[in-house]
Each structure stands twice: as structure tokens, then as C-alpha cells.
Design a protein around this ligand. Sequence first.
Ligand code: COI
Length: 356
Amino acid sequence: MKELKIDVTLSTEKKQKPSFDNLEFGKHFTDHMFIWNYTEGKGWHDARIIPYQPIMLDPAATVFHYGQTVFEGMKAYLTKDEQVLLFRPEENMKRLNRSNDRLCMPKLDEEGALSALKQLIQIDRDWIPSGEGTSLYIRPFMIATEAFLGVHPAKTYQFIIILSPVGAYYKEGINPVKIAVESEYVRAVAGGTGNAKTAGNYAASLKASEIAEQNGYSQVLWLDGRENQYIEEVGSMNVFFKINGEVITPELNGSILEGITRKSIIELLNYMNIPLVERRISIHEIQQAYQDGVLEEAFGTGTAAVISPIGELLWKNEKMVVNNGEIGSLSQQLYDTLTGIQNGTKEDPFGWSARI
Ligand code: COI
């Protein structure tokens, strides 16, 4: 892989690190960050690693007004023998470029971005926690920086990477979460930006999530925006159901995020010879399976959330308690296998882990 030439300014004062024993998600940031500028006609330029700091932008920058921005979520793990592992990092860079294309943003040099990421992690390597369920969360993102109020793709951008030592995404950890099925608001529709990792999708999700949280639910399960009955995804995760021995996940339809953990779980299930189908599935089918006693497990998948078992689904007034609200054996097995591959404690037959 070609090494990107980066100008490095190291911070003179190291920050106080939080205790790595009870890390919350996304609260602490490391000593350095990476920035790369893009100018139409000139391309990517001025790659630099600098001390972590606020960024200065013109108040008219397109990102603030029309949401021209995309992001990724990745993780780095420290192995027992002090090696640093990334999980399928090329997949994230490819997806970032698919999101860029949808948002009319310039194509990122994927190799250059990965090289920058590796150099940044080496510099802040002592921020990678090694405890059970912890990792260094990586947030690469791109913003439109041109000062211009016309609704039009910007001509200048910044690609930035920040790093954050994290524990579990949900306060429940690997324990099952309670999810409310959303019947009023929708997150995205096919033809919109639902399959791009862009801020607007997350902004659109906040209202329903806030109401769900007020009612004691961790997140919402989104239904399709047209017929309001087909399952899409859960808040920040893709979703899987085990019904009568078969695992079902909604097929990619243009409005669902193409999760890299989703893709990995599908590949893992195929490898394990566990029946798996990607297809349209309605909330009525889930309800019927529940009433028939064959809804065996439900779980979400995502970089931040890893595998998050669902212990209860609330649909209208019906509470569907899945597997007695306990983690199912398949969810546990998938969690153990995936996290084992990610943190280097289990064999990686797929070649997913990339050493830095
Ligand atoms: C991730 O899983 O990395 C995500 O991007 C979800 C995030 C919104 C927390």
C-alpha cells in the first residue's frame, strides 16, 4: 500500500486519559486528528496530522445549511501481543465513496485515506484500550466547506479522522435491549439517502428515538416509508431475526444502510451452515411468528453496537418478549466469534483483520 505523505505536528501537551475500565461510547477523543483538504480542480491536498482541536469554518459552509456530509464508523483493537488490528477497513472506504457519490461529494483516495488512518493510529496508539468489549472507535468524515448559500454541491471539502476509546454502545452492553417499533415517523425511503451514511438520516431519526427513550426503549425499529409495514433497520444497526431455525434479515433495498457488520454476519452464518435469507419481512410476520412461539431470537448488528440482542419489541400496544428477554445462543455465538476475530483471540478464516 502506498504511504500518504503527511505533515505531522505533535501535541506538546498530552491529554489526561479517561479510565479505560468503564468507557462510555464516544465521549473522549485522542491527542491528534487527521485533516485533508479538497479543492475542485486541484484535488486532495495538505494532508496533515495535528493536535486534536476545534476546526474553523465559514458560517456559510454548505455542510451547515444543506447537510452535505458523510461519515464512517470503524474500530481498532489491541491484541494480547500488542498488535493493532483493523476490521475490513477497505470496506469502510468503499462505502464512504458510495456515500460520497450519493451526496455529490468528491471521490476519496481510498488508499491514501487508509494510510492516513494507520499513521494517525500509530501516533495515538497508547489510546487503544484492551479490556473486554473495548476498542478505539474511528470516525472518518467528510464535510463541504465552501462558503456559498446556493443549493449546489460545494467546490471545497475536508476529510477528517478522529479517534475515541470506547466501551459498549448501549448501557446494556451485551445484555438485550428493548426496541420500540416506529409506526408514525420514517427514517428513509428508497430513492432517498437511506443507504448513504450521511448526517441527514440520523437527524431524521432523532424525534422517534427521543420518544422511544422517554418510554424506556433504547431505540426504534424502522419500517419502510411507503407501506409502513416492512422492516428496515434499528436506530444505528441492521437487524436479524431467527424464526423457526432460519435467520432472516431485510434485503438491501436502497433505503437500508449496507452494514459491514451485517455483511460479515451473513458471511459468518453461511460459513457456519446456518440457514440465512435476505428478504422483505413485515412486522406482521414478526408478530405472527411471536404469537406462534417461533420467534427465537432477534439482534442488531453494527460497528458501534457489534451484536446487540433484542429482548423486547413493542409494536402498537403489544410487547413481544424475545427469548425471555435473555441473550439467545446464536446471538452469543455470533458475538463471541465476531469479537474474537476482531480482537485477534479467534482464528480469522476470512482474512478480515488487517494488522497496522
Ligand atoms: C457505527 O456503528 O459505527 C455507526 O456509525 C452508528 C453510529 C451512528 C453510532
